[in-house]
Design a protein around this ligand. Sequence first.
Ligand code: SF4
Length: 185
Amino acid sequence: MENYVKFLKSVDEDLKKIFDYQKEYLFCKEGCSYCCKRGDYPMTGLEFKYLMSGYEKLSDETKSIIQKNIEKAKKSDRENYICPFLIDEKCSIYQYRPIVCRAFGVLTEDAKGNPAFPFCATLGLNFSQIYDKEKKHLSAELVDKGRFKVFPRIFRLNNRVFMNLPLAKELNLDFGEDKKMIEFF
Ligand code: SF4
């Protein structure tokens, strides 16, 4: 686990640069937890193990709330459920959260290489000022109109990209199986 923590430190540093680069487009509001209420939260076995090491440190009361949330999530739509670790609008295992949560909000690309907006763009949040709601696409016209200092860059950020980073090999990380959070329970 020690090597994974080292790896995460480096990932967080890289993500900070990416978020800094995109800060003109990011409108996360304090207390907003939309991204923890709608998703399937894919992660690897190693990420899940680390997440659960954080869970083990929680009080019995908090663990019991999470267990009830897990049961609820299991009964809901497996593609879109409220993360069981979200309590009172806050992540109960924040320091131990998986990479998908660390990277959420960045403008990424879909399988065809097109810009993939975080879903909160449709809620007037991240990247909404350059998102054409009708065409569901990046609008160069809106970028121009917004007089942004930087053109929004698209980052390839999915679990595979992180797993294949040279540092992961250097640290000999075995990520294990990649699946939706709920499938680990
Ligand atoms: S693990 Fe934490 S940050 Fe990630 S979706 Fe759940 S509550 Fe949100």
